[in-house]
Design a protein around this ligand. Structure first.
Ligand SMILES: [Zn+2]
Ligand SMILES: [Zn+2]
Length: 196
């Protein structure tokens, strides 16, 4: 029935630990048996994961392939997946859509599930090392006034959804200086008119 036909069935998808390669050989090559079965040991994802992890006392550093920001990748059988996300789902559980994984240790190459936490995208940005995150963690304005509730104005910026905190002491001082400059200017104009 199978004689004269050469086919390969790779059952790696459902049992990645043991990929079974079935080879149907033509009868005259197959010495009577219609189906010869070769079992090739194939490394599982978790085996390949551990090969690329260097554990320290705290972080588990990924030494496999990674992007420019040092977030690692693991080949999933279909595509490269972000390895810290894969590790979270493997050791902890599924990540709901629309949520992201934050590195509590701020080490992007770390895949230790204890250092990974599910957060909303906004939380992640505010905790991160970007401008928004650094600004959100500042407790004082650049002239050293504390960002207390009374001393803080929340202002819209020209970047749509982005808002920023503004120190009231500084803003009032700026406005005073601005008024003073205007007054000096109009007084000098008046002097020019008088002397001219
Ligand atoms: Zn870590
Ligand atoms: Zn200030």
């Amino acid at each position: 029935m199978l004689s004269g036909m050469i086919g390969f069935v790779v059952e790696a998808r459902f049992a990645p630990e043991k990929a079974t390669i079935r080879t149907a050989l033509p009868q005259h090559l197959n010495h009577g048996s219609q189906l010869s079965e070769v079992v090739m040991p194939k490394k599982s994802r978790i085996e390949r994961f551990w090969e690329k992890v260097q554990k320290t006392d705290t972080c588990w550093n990924w030494i496999g392939s990674h992007d420019r920001k040092r977030y690692g990748f693991l080949w999933d059988g279909d595509a490269n997946v972000r390895v810290h996300r894969w590790a979270y789902e493997y050791f902890v559980g599924p990540i709901p859509k629309s949520l992201t994984i934050d590195h509590l240790c701020r080490n992007p190459s770390c895949v230790n599930p204890e250092h990974l936490e599910i957060v909303t995208n906004r939380e992640n940005i505010l905790r991160g090392e970007g401008i928004a995150g650094r600004n959100a963690r500042k407790t004082h304005c650049k002239r050293g006034h504390a960002f207390t509730k009374e001393n803080t104005n929340i202002e819209n910026t020209k970047y749509g959804a982005m808002r920023r905190r503004r120190c009231r002491i500084c803003r009032n001082q700026l406005e005073r200086e601005c008024r003073k400059r205007k007054r000096v200017f109009s007084e000098s104009q008046a002097e020019n008119v008088n002397s001219g």
